[in-house]
Design a protein around this ligand. Structure first.
Ligand SMILES: Cc1cc2nc3c(=O)[nH]c(=O)nc-3n(C[C@H](O)[C@H](O)[C@H](O)COP(=O)(O)OP(=O)(O)OC[C@H]3O[C@@H](n4cnc5c(N)ncnc54)[C@H](O)[C@@H]3O)c2cc1C
Length: 410
């Protein structure tokens, strides 16, 4: 039986950053991680691009992960690895299963920081044969960077998100050529310069407006059949490797097991601006609540949650009143999904959302009880497959007694 002040489940950027800050403020923190090494996803992303907003450095993933783990250890955070939380509820605590046995942890506060993953082939309902040679980007990078395995020689990437270009770099390292990138969207989800430079540099076509209609190959992948969504024409691309990239789902099993209120669209636990879930003493941070943003944004969530956790540890106040934020227009979900007075400003002063349609200069309108509280055209586009940021200043005039708030993006 263990009784830390705070149990943090998941030792990625968000969990490690929360642990470091809480220990610095004198709290006893246990971080548990199911993998053998702490650090989360960045451990197997060998390219640069991590740590910009939190550490003010441009680091590669493994270096970033190592720095966060070292900072946590220096501060005095207890990190258990190869320790998986296999059962959890807010009232009964967490069961950890590890090679050292099973442990029951009954903390005063729990932070869920379990991250997100890409939907694998089966969850994307891709029809056809079931050969080997199909990976998510996460699985690919795990095989290549952590287990030093080889993949095939001709790859197709499904999705054109930032992470899809990360897969191109990983495959290049092991001599696997990307022959095409395929996305159902009318334009690549990644930022335009990345998509353009990636396609030109590595000389593969980005086939927008296409879907995969068949996987071909008995034991090993031999090709995929794709369909042009407007002409309905089909053709086969020969390949021995298929990467199903992006299309994120939060690692939400514990949140669901513990009966937390969930957002039906993002499949994440619903939090307020202070990253409190609807269950007293339970908090959720990082990509678990916004699948997915960058590692530094997840790490800053870890710092942001500290105020709410400390308030809870100090006085265990009753759950404060909040109002629901309802997405409208092309906005399909928004996180935090609730607004409250105690921490009205979310992490980094931004709400994060997901959109189902493209808008070059989207107009965001905030309404409460039918009244328009704010409306503004934003200078950045709303693009499916990429997080959309909404300044929290647009919600400045929301009141706790005014009822649910609608945030429309058009
Ligand atoms: C291919 C790829 C490339 C990327 N490139 C970049 C980039 O260039 N720059 C950037 O900033 N970001 C990048 N990202 C995003 C970045 O990795 C994530 O935003 C970041 O890792 C999220 O941190 P997190 O703490 O929320 O979750 P994670 O890093 O996913 O950590 C969650 C941890 O929780 C653990 N866990 C889950 N369930 C349990 C359980 N039941 N018990 C114990 N432990 C559990 C997991 O094992 C994991 O280690 C990339 C992501 C991918 C997949």
């Amino acid at each position: 039986m263990l009784t830390p002040d705070v149990l943090i489940i998941g030792a990625g950027p968000s969990g490690l950053s929360a642990g470091t800050e809480l220990v610095k403020r004198g709290h006893r923190v246990l971080v548990v991680e199911r993998e053998a090494v702490a650090g989360g996803i960045p451990r197997h992303c060998a390219h640069k691009g991590f740590g910009i907003r939190d550490l003010h450095r441009v680091l590669d993933g493994p270096t970033y992960a190592t720095r966060l783990v070292a900072a946590a250890q220096r501060a005095g955070v207890t990190i258990w690895t190869t320790a998986m939380v296999t059962d959890w509820s807010a009232s009964a605590g967490a069961t950890i299963t590890s090679p050292h046995g099973r442990f029951l942890v009954t903390p005063r506060a729990t932070i869920l920081a379990t991250g997100a993953r890409e939907r694998p082939r089966a969850a994307r309902l891709l029809p056809g044969d079931r050969p080997s040679g199909i990976y998510t980007t996460g699985q690919l990078q795990n095989s290549v960077h952590l287990h030093h395995q080889r993949v095939g020689s001709r790859a197709v990437i499904l999705g054109a998100e930032l992470v899809s270009f990360s897969a191109v770099l990983t495959m290049r390292e092991v001599g696997c050529r990307t022959v095409a990138m395929v996305t159902e969207h009318p334009r690549p989800e990644a930022y335009a310069p990345v998509a353009k430079a990636g396609g030109l540099l590595f000389r593969f076509p980005v086939l927008v407006g296409h879907r995969v209609t068949r996987i071909i190959g008995r034991a090993q992948l031999e090709g995929i059949e794709i369909e042009n969504l407007s002409t309905k024409q089909r053709r086969v691309i020969e390949c021995d490797t298929l990467i199903t990239s992006g299309d994120w789902v939060p690692d939400h099993e514990l949140a669901r097991l513990g009966g937390l209120a969930m957002d039906g669209r993002s499949k994440s636990p619903i939090v307020d601006g202070g990253l409190r879930t609807g269950s007293p003493g339970v908090f959720a941070i990082g990509n678990l609540v916004h699948p997915v943003d960058t590692g530094d944004v997840a790490a800053l969530d870890g710092r942001h949650v500290v105020a709410s956790v400390e308030q809870w540890l100090a006085s265990m106040p009753p759950m404060p009143s909040t109002v629901q934020l309802i997405p409208a227009g092309v906005l399909t979900w928004v996180a935090p999904g609730r607004w409250g007075e105690f921490v009205a400003r979310p992490s980094r002063g931004r709400y994060l959302g997901w959109v189902g349609g493209f808008a070059r200069f989207p107009r965001v309108t905030v309404r409460q009880a039918g009244d328009v509280l704010a409306t503004r055209r934003l200078p950045w586009p709303a693009v499916p497959g990429r997080l959309f940021r909404i300044p929290s200043s647009l919600l400045r005039d929301v009141t706790i007694s005014g009822g649910d708030v609608t945030i429309e993006v058009k």
